[in-house]
Design a protein around this ligand. Structure first.
Ligand code: BGC
Length: 263
């Protein structure tokens, strides 16, 4: 089964159809610049262009960098404040006529990593932490997501953690890997002390450069880079649009078995 996955971010809106049993993109991903000001109407209009680009009539899942409750945005840390209280599902339906499922972007990345990436087959408490413009978190207990955790906003020495350890801080302040890793290490140590995860998966832009800062981390928890890199948000958004029924799980494991035989 194919689902259109859309990953809405502050700078770009990316999407592609995803084969949800294998996690593979079935067409080349398409990216549109996020319109500015990034109001709900303008951004969802752009998402509509993406839907049109793929001439899509099937299910749609969208990841968005905010707390999402029943399709309604509750926060706006790195997006236009007019998103707070916006009903994304109703607005997209009004603009495009299409129904879609919306979820937090880090939750989407986490779903993808757990099903197809660095968290595959792992149990216990798994934290996916995306280091990008902000810090996004997703927590899974034995494969079940606790949605909308916002642990990128815990306080670190009087400051919002994402203002100390997001990837955007390294870029904006032109920090060396070592210097930036100091803040990242402090952040992960705090997460460890509060939640004691069994595995931390680093996603977002931070996953691409994991080898550059990992040597400076000193943690008790196993920490690994995400495997789906910038596709995780798209794949996970697609997964969220279709509930994982037992029949679908069986289809997914047989699709993977066939895949590994043919590789
Ligand atoms: C937002 C989260 C989001 C994260 C990553 C944070 O600023 O509060 O909802 O998941 O950025 O985009």
């Amino acid at each position: 089964m194919e689902v259109l996955g859309i990953d809405i971010g502050g700078t770009g809106i990316k999407g592609a159809p995803v084969h949800i049993e294998t996690g593979e993109l079935t067409a080349e991903r398409h990216r549109i610049l996020t319109p500015q000001p990034a109001t709900p109407e303008s951004v969802l209009q752009a998402a509509g262009e993406l839907i049109k680009h793929f001439n899509w009539n099937g299910p749609i899942g969208c990841g968005f960098p905010a707390v999402v409750k029943n399709g309604v945005m509750q926060t706006a840390a790195n997006v236009d404040a007019s998103w707070i209280g916006a009903d994304a599902v109703a607005t997209l339906k009004k603009l495009t006529g299409k129904p879609a499922v919306f979820l937090n972007d880090a939750d989407a990345a986490g779903l993808a990593e757990l099903r197809f990436g660095a968290g595959k087959g792992r149990n216990g408490l798994i934290a996916i932490v995306t280091l990008g413009t902000g810090i996004g978190t997703a927590f899974f207990v034995d494969g079940t997501l606790i949605p909308n955790t916002e642990l990128g906003h815990i306080e670190l020495r009087g400051k919002d953690a994402e203002r100390r350890a997001a990837e955007s801080v390294r870029i904006r302040k032109n920090l060396t890997w070592k210097k930036w890793a100091k803040g990242v290490n402090e952040y992960f140590q705090r997460l460890e002390a509060l939640l004691w995860p069994d595995l931390i998966i680093v996603g977002g832009g931070g996953s691409k450069n994991f080898d550059k800062f990992a040597p400076y981390l000193s943690l008790k928890t196993e920490i690994v880079p995400a495997q789906l890199l910038n596709e995780a948000g798209i794949v996970g958004a697609a997964l969220a649009a279709v509930p994982a029924t037992p029949a679908r799980r069986r289809a997914a494991s047989s699709a993977r078995a066939t895949q590994s035989k043919t590789k």
